[in-house]
Ligand binder design. Structure first.
Ligand code: EPU
Length: 335
């Protein structure tokens, strides 16, 4: 079924809770509905969203917002699972854990839906969506046909994918994703001390890992529904060894956390850079920086205007640039 609304208030459709509207809002609940939709006739531009958990609406949207309610989880042979793009990603994680299937447990409690997770290559605690994705199924708006991409064709990288590249951005609507899960234990627990402790458990289950990950996220990150945010606002910069050395110098004795990013590159946590610039827990009008994780910008009062978030973003970006010479890039998409 397809539903259409006009002049729709989007404050409940983006986790930052920006009080903006769109001229047209269309939801559909089956893959076949996509054939019924006339994309050329829609008010332009057309943007497909998921749960709106990685977006910042900077103004009222002049065109059409599309949203999938394709909501199935279907078991396939060999512990493969087909999941509709509109399924809440954490519902999929909960389902897999309840079935005793390993794979998405480290990605528990990440806000958002399955389609967007495959676009964004969501990641947490040493696992990325690409590690468990087998095939992505999509509708090609230009050719008006269904297509499929093997994971190797999706050009996945750190919060990157084919679906985010300028050449094809917004061309493919992901309809469902096939994940390759496993009944064989395959815990990934090296990311943090809290998870490493689980290695001692001889009867570890995906559910136990899911519970530990959920507890960490609840402790560190604002609760969606209570505090408006879009999770990590910036990406962790990946820099050359020379830039890293310059950061060490600028840190004036403070230890610089860093991870090997391969090919001689170094990943530095943006949270650390932002904290060093004094932003952790600070407010700027109705916008703010989360007190326990400065990578997360928040709608502190629930009344923040898009321009207040953007102004705070600009200020943080310039202080990090000035102190460390690094230009932070955004994880959150601005519309
Ligand atoms: N750190 C600080 N101060 C803080 C918090 C963190 O200096 O207040 C430093 C510490 O050195 C810490 C490091 O940052 O070891 C990493 O922190 P954390 O483990 O919280 O992860 P992150 O790199 O900040 C990334 C993802 C998160 C994901 C976590 C856990 C990005 C942009 N973000 O954050 O994803 O949950 O790892 O794996 O890669 C999201 O994408 O919305 C998101 C929340």
């Amino acid at each position: 079924m397809i539903t259409k609304e006009y002049s729709k208030d989007l404050s409940g459709k983006n986790t930052f809770r920006m009080a903006v509207s769109c001229r047209s809002f269309i939801e559909y609940d089956s893959v076949a509905d996509l054939f019924e939709l006339d994309f050329e006739e829609m008010l332009q531009p057309v943007k497909h969203i998921g749960a709106g958990s990685n977006l910042l609406f900077t103004q009222d949207f002049k065109g059409t917002i599309l949203h999938s309610k394709v909501n199935f989880i279907e078991k396939l042979p060999h512990d493969h699972v087909s999941v509709g793009a509109g399924v809440v990603f954490d519902d999929f994680c909960a389902w897999a854990a309840s079935e005793g299937l390993w794979g998405p447990e480290n990605l528990s409690y990440i806000p958002g839906e399955v389609g967007a997770a495959a676009v964004q290559n969501i990641g947490a605690y040493g696992v990325e969506a690409k590690d468990i994705i087998k095939t992505v199924y999509a509708y090609d708006i230009e050719e008006e046909e269904f297509v499929k991409f093997d994971v190797s064709e999706c050009a996945y990288g750190y919060r990157e994918s084919l679906f985010k590249t300028p050449e094809v951005k917004d061309r493919y609507i992901i309809t469902h994703v096939v994940f390759a899960l496993s009944r064989q234990p395959r815990p990934r627990l090296d990311y943090s001390k809290a998870l490493s402790a689980l290695k001692e458990d001889p009867e570890l289950t995906p559910l136990k890992v899911r519970e530990a990950v959920t507890a960490i996220r609840k402790e560190k990150l604002p609760e969606v529904g209570k505090v408006g945010s879009a999770g990590s606002f910036f990406k962790n910069p990946v820099v050359t060894a020379e830039v890293y050395d310059a950061v060490v110098k600028a840190a004036a004795g403070a230890e610089v956390p860093h991870y090997d990013a391969g090919d001689g590159m170094v990943k530095i946590p943006a949270a650390w850079l932002i904290e060093q610039c004094g932003w952790k827990g600070r407010r700027s009008g109705n916008a703010g920086v989360w007190e326990k994780q400065p990578l997360v910008l928040i709608n502190a009062t629930g009344r923040a205007l898009p321009e207040e978030i953007v102004a705070l973003e600009d200020k943080i970006r310039s202080s990090v640039k000035q102190k460390f010479g690094i230009s932070l890039s955004c994880e959150v998409e601005h519309l």
